[in-house]
Design a protein around this ligand. Structure first.
Ligand SMILES: Nc1ncnc2c1ncn2[C@@H]1O[C@H](COP(=O)(O)OP(=O)(O)OP(=O)(O)O)[C@@H](O)[C@H]1O
Length: 358
């Protein structure tokens, strides 16, 4: 539905977008994720028509958007600083975009009520906008965008001003809303958790480039580079050597040992020789007294313990490995929390390794 081909954007000498190729499907919840300054807002604004690409093409529904003004595109944008008008009522805010709509007053009022219903603010129409909470204002901004029935809703960090609890509630509500209305959502966020929770697909951006584009599970389990791996969640990085042995890829991981891996565990390919592998903390575990395993073991010493409610995070030092490995363990009834200095066995599985050669 939305297609970008080799899109570049220059601001004077600064090269903000460096050849973006992107295809977003109808009805998809797509997130642009990356650190501050990577160009995600520029990309969103380019799709919206607030910025013109320096080169490259953008089509929406097969129609070339070159020269098409923002207000003539089938898109609508919801901003971080959801600029609602404080002197108007909630209903007046939501109906603002219908000022020039030829429908009757009663029909417009019905559309406003419907939009408010969609965002969980049914019955709030008469309230003064200035008397709303942050989360409610955000919903008003959403209702105001939805009433225009855009094909694509562009969301620029829409939840970043909300506190954590409210943000989590709104994340779930936004997902439900998107499923109900079926329109394409493109979300800009620097919050990896938010992107993982909400998206059908994510593009991770660094310095004006898309580093990886994938569904959340692939992005998390099979990052294609060290940088993506470290940007999303916590990843243990270990030096390793890779070799091809009878058509199998075998990696020898410092301190852990050798294991054969599948091709999908090396999303950017494998060069024989020195490499880096990643392993997520929750794919490692500690073998507690009385437990057995048929998986691989490595002996180590607990270096650090961080207790975190239902989880405990251990840093375990393993001979031959420079950095302690972080291991997250669910706190279960009867499972002790180890102390710093405890000698332990770390359980690992070659299936959770990912080769991060870049
Ligand atoms: N109008 C502009 N003129 C000059 N440089 C700009 C302009 N807009 C953005 N930039 C630069 O382009 C780069 C990308 O900006 P952009 O706003 O897209 O980043 P971002 O990834 O959205 O970051 P943030 O999360 O901080 O908003 C930044 O280095 C920024 O300074």
């Amino acid at each position: 539905m939305i297609q970008l081909r080799d899109v570049h954007k220059h601001y004077g000498d600064y090269h903000a977008l460096r050849g973006i190729d992107l295809e977003i499907k109808k009805g998809e919840f797509f997130s642009l994720l990356g650190p501050s300054g990577c160009g995600k807002t520029t990309l969103l604004r380019t799709i919206a028509g607030f910025e013109a690409p320096s080169s490259g093409s953008l089509t929406i529904d097969g129609r070339d958007m070159a020269g098409v003004a923002a207000n003539h595109r089938p898109t609508n944008m919801v901003f971080q600083s959801y600029a609602i008008f404080p002197h108007l009522s909630v209903a007046e805010n939501v109906g603002f975009g219908l000022r020039r709509d030829p429908r009757s007053k009663a029909e417009k009022a019905r559309a406003v009520a419907e939009s408010l219903e969609m965002v969980g603010l049914g019955g709030y129409g008469a309230r003064a906008a200035h008397a709303l909470s942050g989360g409610q204002r955000q919903r008003v901004a959403l209702a105001r965008a939805l009433i225009l029935k855009p094909k694509v809703l562009l969301l620029d960090e829409p939840l970043s001003a909300l506190d954590k609890k409210m943000r989590e509630t709104m994340q779930v509500e936004l997902i439900k809303l998107q499923r109900n209305v079926g329109i394409t959502f493109i979300l800009v966020t620097h919050d990896q958790e938010e992107a993982l929770i909400m998206s059908d697909r994510i593009a991770v951006m660094f310095e004006g480039n898309i580093a990886q584009m994938a569904d959340p599970e692939t992005m998390y389990r099979r990052p294609n580079s060290r940088r993506v791996a470290e940007f999303i969640g916590k990843m243990n990085l270990l030096p390793a050597t890779a070799a091809m042995e009878r058509n199998r890829i075998v990696v020898d991981v410092a301190g852990l040992g050798r294991g054969a891996i599948e091709p999908d565990q090396a999303p950017s390919g494998v060069q024989p020789g020195a490499t880096t592998v990643g392993i997520r903390p929750e794919t490692l575990s500690i073998l507690f007294p009385g437990e057995t395993t048929d998986r691989r073991l490595a002996a180590g010493t607990v270096d650090e313990v961080v207790y975190f409610g239902d989880m405990t995070y251990y840093d375990v030092r393993i001979p031959g490995v420079e950095q302690p490995l972080t291991i997250s363990m669910k706190n279960l009834i009867g499972r002790p929390v180890l102390d710093v200095g405890a000698v332990t066995q770390v359980v690992w599985d070659e299936r959770s390794l990912v080769v991060l050669s870049r």
